[in-house]
Design a protein around this ligand. Sequence first.
Ligand SMILES: C[S@@+](CC[C@H](N)C(=O)[O-])C[C@H]1O[C@@H](n2cnc3c(N)ncnc32)[C@H](O)[C@@H]1O
Length: 275
Amino acid sequence: MKISELITEGKKYLHKSEVNLLLSYLLNYDTLELYLHLEEAVDEKIIEKYYEMIKELKNNKPIQYVLGNVNFYGIPFYINENVLIPRFETEELVENTLKYIDKLFPDKNIKVIDLGCGSGNIGITLKKKNDKLNVTCLDISLSALEVTKANALKTNTSISIIEGDMLENINDKFDVIISNPPYISEDEEIEDIVKNNEPHLALYAPNHGLYFYDKILRSCSKNLNNTFLIAFEIGMTQKDEVISLAKKYLFDVKIDCLKDLSGKDRMIFIYKDNI
Ligand SMILES: C[S@@+](CC[C@H](N)C(=O)[O-])C[C@H]1O[C@@H](n2cnc3c(N)ncnc32)[C@H](O)[C@@H]1O
């Protein structure tokens, strides 16, 4: 079959943009190249894979899992069903954290821990964008850590990767703690495509989704240097509760809440600058 025929065939089941994505991925062409090679014959094995992928998409599997990769902050990350699909909002968390780091730690080599690292998208991107950072990525899920490892290799990034239950059993001190923990309340209704495909370990948290903020903030003092930054992604209704937890467990800190691009409260930065 020719590329033009595969496009026609795919469009019977999928949106044109999905067809373009699948074929570009399978043939290693960008969309323009795809349309410049319409008459090219395609290998049988690739056609088979194409139909498999169409079937997965028809069965409501997210395209990121079907393709096995996602672009995060301009970096291609490998993903599978053992990790959360990295979100745009988390790119904003990374971008703002890099700004806070520049302000708080202008000329120091600093130690960062990414709690609940999943695919490693946060920790790896921070290290890629600021080579002065010494980054540790931690998750409780061994299968997620396999993905982190694969991404560290794929992106040629030097980070430490450890298994752990947040900060329990961690004795080292850090300058920055960053986390996008599971924060969806167990009784919250979420989209089926998320609920049916993404790992529940990465999505849900007890105590109205606040469990991990409490867990991290309650015990983090032992792991923080004098000047520190804690950067959290939060659910859009959790601002007040997370700020209360920060004030409950940490003395004399500054706290900022930033909105994401769609205007929702999305990031909390808790810091002590000792200035
Ligand atoms: C919302 S996902 C975030 C993944 C990734 N950091 C991102 O931003 O796309 C939360 C992650 O926390 C991990 N996790 C859940 N419970 C944990 C725990 N007790 N200790 C460490 N990690 C945990 C999950 O396995 C999942 O990878």
